[in-house]
Design a binder for this molecule. Structure first.
Ligand SMILES: [Zn+2]
Length: 91
């Protein structure tokens, strides 16, 4: 662990980190890369800080939208029909 990470870890653990530093945790949690304790630190802060809670909710919504968009791009129009036709023919 780098010194910077260690310092941040201590800040989060003691609840002395700034909101801008919690934003980093928000991204990590949303990306599923945060440790269990990091999630706890963020949730603890969000109980006291509406700004960070709102930020988390907004980013979560944006992430969902992006995932939906990516998912629909992976299935181009007509592909589902083409697969159905193939299955029908092979049956
Ligand atoms: Zn905050």
């Amino acid at each position: 662990m780098s010194l910077k990470k260690l310092v941040n870890e201590i800040k989060f653990r003691t609840g002395t980190a700034k909101c801008t530093e919690y934003l980093e945790l928000v991204q990590r949690v949303l990306d599923g890369q945060a440790s269990r304790s990091q999630e706890v630190y963020l949730k603890r802060h969000q109980k006291m800080c509406l700004k960070c809670l709102e930020r988390f909710n907004i980013d979560q919504e944006i992430k969902k939208l992006i995932q939906l968009k990516l998912a629909s791009r992976e299935v181009p129009e007509g592909l589902a029909e083409a697969i159905k036709t193939k299955i029908a023919k092979s049956a």
